[in-house]
Write a protein that binds this ligand. Sequence first.
Ligand SMILES: C[S@@+](CC[C@H](N)C(=O)[O-])C[C@H]1O[C@@H](n2cnc3c(N)ncnc32)[C@H](O)[C@@H]1O
Length: 212
Amino acid sequence: MGFIERNTALERPTLIPEIALYLASEVTPLWQATEASLATNVMPPPFWAFAWVGGQSLARYLLDTPEQVAGRSVFDFGAGSGIVAIAAALAGATEVTAAEIDPYAAAAIHLNARRNGVDIAIYPGDPTRADPIAADVVTAGDICYEQPMTVRAMAWLRVAAGRGSLVLLGDPGRTYLPHTGLVEVARYSVPTTRELEDRDVREGIVYRVLPE
Ligand SMILES: C[S@@+](CC[C@H](N)C(=O)[O-])C[C@H]1O[C@@H](n2cnc3c(N)ncnc32)[C@H](O)[C@@H]1O
């Protein structure tokens, strides 16, 4: 999609030099361009143009411990730029699907996957409206920022865990992160920007999500 290439630059997040992504260096200009492009003010924010702390930590974890996903199927919820899905594919996952409600994100995932030489299937829409997908591994990077979505998503992730999927969540301590039913498996200091996070470095924690 020309819009994405015109409004972003190809960058490698400091913590994940293995992956190149079309990212925005500043929030405001892209936000305005997104709204102008659709001539509407109800567009979702361009989450897909940033590598969020939760996604970066989870992507780093998959690249550092490829045995979690190598030879297995992976379903990434709320994929954004596709950073976690791409990391899973680079780590040797056999089949990777990225779920997104934002069609711009779906286009960005497609472009980013091609740039990194991997195949990612897109699940367009909200997978929590259906039964959890039968994937060996289910991932979610930085999804605990909005209450109704987090509640639905966490319930759905816990059902997936109960059905035998390894469920991994990357999060920097967002407001709606649950306090129970999570086991920390890794922690990273993630370089970020003050515009996005109000600080230069933030801790990103990777959790295994337990069944209900
Ligand atoms: C903060 S971004 C995180 C993106 C990426 N995982 C990362 O860590 O960089 C959250 C993403 O979840 C997507 N999202 C929110 N609700 C969703 C839902 N119900 N189904 C699928 N995607 C959803 C948003 O469109 C957004 O791209």
